[in-house]
Design a protein around this ligand. Structure first.
Ligand SMILES: [Mg+2]
Length: 269
């Protein structure tokens, strides 16, 4: 009995066995989902979101053109996929409506359904790069086992250069630095990184807390808009798990408390 209680109090197990989660855990998970509703509404409904993505890709195009060419080294652009080129907000909406945490299983099912949309401006930018002598590398932490479904979804949306050579999905680590290094080592002049997560700009912030993540931004502030292009993503990201050590292993109740504790609020009149 003691062991049962100990195991049930483990957030990891509570998340892994959603069907067996306690009533308070289920209610907390529902509440976590409800807190995402306005972010999903903004992402799916606002013109402002779409204006920001166009702004990002217009800046990316200018930066691509302005980057100096190096003799013998073809220009390359490294882009992330999810919430950079692909809009998966219907998966976030499903989570919010059903009180579901992220899981590798449901994410893979969503991926295989091939219902992701293109982020506004993404397809145009991809064609601009490839029609102006550039190579586009899609470096994503989607799982390699979902390569075929991802490639089919992207081709159907009109993305160019979708090949096993240019689309580098995750095979071991979610730290993208090794994949970035391999592209450089293959002789490419990587002029631009495009993503919605600081991880998309190198390994420096991988698994770091938000204080370190903000410090990275401060230290590299001159690169944003020229070498690093950021897409807005209020739905999820390492900024959320950056709010507490082992955030993804906390119980839903602990995650709710963490979110509340991290608010910087006016004390009131
Ligand atoms: Mg992403």
């Amino acid at each position: 009995m003691k062991m049962t209680v100990t195991l049930l109090s483990s957030g990891l197990l509570a998340l892994a066995l959603t069907g067996c989660a306690s009533q308070p855990a289920r209610e907390a998970q529902q509440q976590l989902g409800q807190q995402s509703v306005l972010a999903v509404n903004w992402f799916q409904q606002s013109g402002e979101y779409q204006a920001l993505t166009w702004q990002a890709f217009n800046a990316a195009q200018l930066a691509f053109d302005a980057a100096p060419s190096l003799t013998g080294k073809p220009k390359a652009v490294i882009v992330d996929l999810d919430e950079t080129m692909l809009d998966n907000s219907a998966y976030s909406a499903w989570q919010a409506k059903n009180g579901q945490p992220f899981s590798a299983q449901s994410w893979s099912a969503w991926t295989r359904a091939q219902q992701a949309l293109a982020v506004p401006g993404a397809v145009d930018f991809a064609h601009y790069v490839t029609s102006h002598g550039g190579t586009l590398f899609y470096v994503s932490n989607r799982d390699q086992k979902d390569y075929e479904a991802t490639a089919a979804n992207m081709k159907q949306l009109g993305f160019p250069q979708v090949t096993p050579q240019t689309m580098r999905l995750s095979t071991d680590s979610s730290n993208k630095q090794a994949r970035f290094d391999a592209i450089q080592a293959a002789g490419y002049n990587v002029v631009l990184y495009v993503g919605d997560n600081l991880n998309d700009f190198g390994g420096a912030t991988w698994h770091q807390g938000n204080a370190q993540r903000r410090a990275f931004v401060s230290q590299n502030h001159q690169r944003f808009g020229t070498r690093f292009i950021v897409l807005p993503n209020p739905l999820y990201g390492d900024w959320e798990s950056g709010m507490a050590e082992n955030y993804n292993k906390l119980t839903p109740q602990q995650q709710l408390s963490t979110r509340e504790a991290q608010l910087r609020a006016w004390s009131g009149k």
